[in-house]
Design a protein around this ligand. Structure first.
Ligand code: SF4
Length: 219
């Protein structure tokens, strides 16, 4: 994670420093609801990035590569997102950890049965089981903007916002297709090329950084 430069530190509108976030992180760390998951294959709080910007990034699930490295978004799909931010070459927001609090629709790595090192999509039951965690993250962080990657994350966040009266109308949702190479066909239905997809993500990141630099948290 890169360190802050000369820009002022900006606090999120939510209570990011509240003990409530630490308590929730601890509860997630101890959760073992899903027999089908590998609960020990989840990220610890240290991999979450920053809660100070008021921006939340929601992926589908911890991928095997990222989990092994102990750093989010470092598999092939995640690196595409990181490259998008790196394109900006911003001196302060060099890594996703500088710009976002990061979480997933499900907090544990959904391993394929035949190959524990492979990724599979989370099942509906697993997403339902973990929905309360996501909802509480949103309620505590009160992000001004949530960026999602993949349908599962988009739907889970939209549902969570719909259930939290305190968030409705206050959170701007920015959605992208899942950046996995396996999702290339779907991505290319929405963007003329993979490079255009990366540029679109970079454009969103640039706008988010501009808002921070102007000291605004409104959507
Ligand atoms: S996916 Fe979520 S609900 Fe299921 S065991 Fe992991 S933390 Fe618990």
């Amino acid at each position: 994670m890169s360190s802050a430069g000369s820009s002022p530190r900006i606090k999120a509108p939510g209570d990011a420093s509240s003990p409530a976030l630490s308590i929730l992180q601890q509860e997630i760390a101890n959760c073992a609801i899903c027999d089908s998951m590998k609960p020990w294959r989840r990220f610890g709080p240290a991999a979450s990035g920053t809660a100070d910007t008021g921006y939340l990034l929601v992926g589908e699930a911890p991928g095997h590569v990222s989990w092994k490295q102990g750093r989010r978004f470092t598999g092939p799909a995640g690196l595409l997102i990181r490259r998008s931010l790196a394109r900006l070459a911003h001196p302060r927001f060099r890594d996703l950890e500088d710009l976002f609090y990061m979480t997933d629709t499900v907090k544990c790595h959904p391993a394929a049965r035949a190959n524990p090192a492979a990724n599979r999509s989370p099942r509906r039951a697993e997403i339902r089981a973990c929905a309360g965690h996501l909802r509480r993250e949103l309620a505590i962080l009160k992000p001004s903007v949530v960026v999602t990657f993949g349908k599962a994350a988009e739907q889970a966040v939209a549902e969570a916002i719909g259930q939290e009266a305190g968030l409705q109308g206050l959170v701007r949702l920015v959605t992208f297709p899942h950046p996995s190479p396996r999702n290339r066909r779907t991505i290319l239905q929405a963007y003329p090329s993979m490079d255009a997809f990366e540029l679109a993500i970079a454009g969103t990141f640039r706008r988010l950084i501009t808002r921070l630099e102007r000291g605004r948290h409104d959507a």
